[in-house]
Design a protein around this ligand. Structure first.
Ligand SMILES: [Cu+2]
Length: 185
């Protein structure tokens, strides 16, 4: 996978969404986002809808966590807490949730809530701006493969891929500046 665009933004989430067929199985895993050194870690967190995320404060300072829905602009403040304390939140709606702290305006992270259990989160290499990914245990069927990046768009939109039984396939999506994203390679 190749990316053109801002060098410092290396985190991407690659998602396979089943075309038609049954609903994907519900989320079974938990995830966490720490507050450490006045930074949310990780900066980008991909989770399946229905996943509970634990927000643990590792700092001496108090931190607040509030969410800004990137699509609707809705906000939700889940509170302010001190060192060693964690608060859980379950994400029930797919979309990009910008995570912020009212006490430290420089703190920001992205929670990418997807419908599908078949996704992977990777960091692109800083110099080549390429990355490799593998999504395992995907049931046979047709899928839309899409790549999330906070500033870039996938060139040509989601790619349709067909997954066969016991078969591996290769896809090479390109993410690029929004204004070039419509052109298909
Ligand atoms: Cu904070």
């Amino acid at each position: 996978m190749r990316a053109d665009g801002p060098k410092n933004d290396l985190d991407v989430v690659v998602v396979l969404d089943r075309v038609g067929g049954a609903d994907p199985p519900p989320a079974t895993t938990k995830a966490s986002m720490d507050q450490r050194g006045l930074v949310f870690i990780p900066h980008v967190l991909g989770v399946q809808r229905g996943t509970t995320v634990t927000f643990l404060n590792n700092d001496n300072d108090e931190h607040n966590v509030y969410f800004l829905d990137d699509q609707t602009g809705d906000t939700l403040d889940i509170g302010t807490w001190g060192q060693g304390v964690s608060v859980d939140h379950t994400f029930e709606k797919a979309g990009t949730i910008i995570t912020l702290c009212k006490l430290h305006l420089e703190m920001a992270a992205y929670i990418v809530v997807v419908e599908s259990p078949w996704f992977v989160q990777i960091a692109l290499d800083a110099s080549s701006r390429q990355g490799e990914f593998a999504i395992e245990n995907v049931p046979p069927g047709e899928y839309e493969l899409s790549v999330w990046h906070k500033k870039l768009k996938q060139k040509g939109g989601p790619a349709i891929v067909s997954v066969g039984r016991g078969e591996s396939i290769e896809v090479n999506p390109i993410i690029t500046k929004s204004k070039y994203a419509k052109a298909v390679n």
